[in-house]
Design a protein. Structure first.
Length: 330
């Protein structure tokens, strides 16, 4: 039986919540990606995390057993600074409201990183920085109000870790947006530049993007016009999936990245029912219910896919009880 990945020539992966959680690899991910390599599928790691240098990401990946190098790791900071170098004059001052790694990349592309609005920067670039301080946000807001062009690597609201979700770069962007009444140019997912660069680098003709977030990964794939696989090892779960609207819906779902090596979950739809691998969801007077609740995790994922597809066909339907019955799926 053919595997999901057989229909694609490349797989792009988000990192946090998909490949690893903090310092820990997601179970089975390293073996699954090794198998993709044996099948001659191109693998690229695509991360919105702009706080760390690409080499740090590479070192973490290789330390966890993944094959990674300069050719298959792409960060939103790399995409952002490359575009800034094309748009700004050489030697222009840029106020860096992000990590030291982001400042290093700004310098590498021929721009001059500064920290103070009084240096009259022509641009401000924001990125996630766990050591961000309020005075630094003040400087960014002042520079933007003085006319600096505003860029951001990404606007992720949260970051998954082994302990749970923590705030992402979107929080600091929101603070400044509330002051300057504007929005930055953003390069990371779900915006097109990130995946467009991944496609350009790999020359992929039919890639699939694997992510754990609807708002960045799945929407990003939709914006780029490519298929996606939502996995349930990170930020978003079954309720997020069913609530997804047009332009937010994955092409496939799976427990984790090993789903790429499994058969496609097919769904047969009628006006009032959806069937996936024998699991049946039905619509009756606006409420979705299951014919039966499977006891195993794989069967519950099949049931979830049936519920989601039926709910998408009938916006406003109530799937609360059906989802609650799927206790093995988060």
């Amino acid at each position: 039986m053919s595997a999901l990945i057989d229909g694609y020539d490349a797989a792009f992966f988000d990192l946090d919540g998909v490949i690893y959680l903090g310092p820990l690899a997601v179970d089975g991910a390293a073996d699954a990606l090794a198998e993709l390599g044996r099948r001659d599928k191109t693998v690229m790691f695509v991360t919105n995390n702009a706080a760390r240098a690409a080499q740090v990401v590479i070192d973490q990946l290789t330390g966890l057993g993944f094959a990674a190098d300069d050719h298959n790791v792409l960060t939103s900071a790399q995409v952002a600074t490359a575009q800034m170098a094309r748009e700004l004059p050489a030697g222009a001052k840029v106020l860096v409201n992000g990590s030291e790694s982001l400042a290093d990349l700004v310098a590498e592309v021929g721009l001059v990183p500064v920290q103070n609005a009084d240096d009259h920067p022509v641009a401000v670039v924001q990125g996630y920085d766990p050591a961000m301080t309020w005075p630094r946000l003040d400087e960014a807001a002042l520079a933007i109000q003085a006319g600096a062009t505003w860029y951001a690597t990404n606007d992720d609201a949260s970051r998954p870790t082994e302990r749970g979700l923590v705030p992402g770069a979107g929080g600091s962007i929101a603070v400044i947006a509330g002051v300057v009444n504007a929005r930055p140019t953003i390069f990371g997912k779900p915006y097109r530049p990130m995946l467009a660069e991944a496609i350009r680098r790999t020359a992929a003709t039919r890639p699939i993007f694997v992510g754990d977030r609807i708002d960045t990964d799945i929407v990003g794939a939709c914006n780029a016009g490519i298929d996606s696989l939502l996995v349930f090892t990170g930020a978003h779960g079954k309720h997020d999936l069913v609530a997804a609207g047009p332009g937010e819906r994955p092409t496939h779902i799976g427990a984790d990245v090993r789903a790429l090596l499994e058969p496609i979950r097919g769904v047969q739809l009628t006006p009032t029912s959806a069937t996936c691998e024998g699991q049946v969801a039905r619509l009756d007077h606006g409420t979705i219910s299951l014919d039966a609740v499977p006891a195993d995790h794989a069967g519950q994922l099949d049931a979830l896919w049936a519920i989601a597809r039926l709910a998408w066909q009938h916006p406003g339907s109530d799937s609360t009880d059906a989802l609650a019955a799927l206790g093995l799926v988060r």
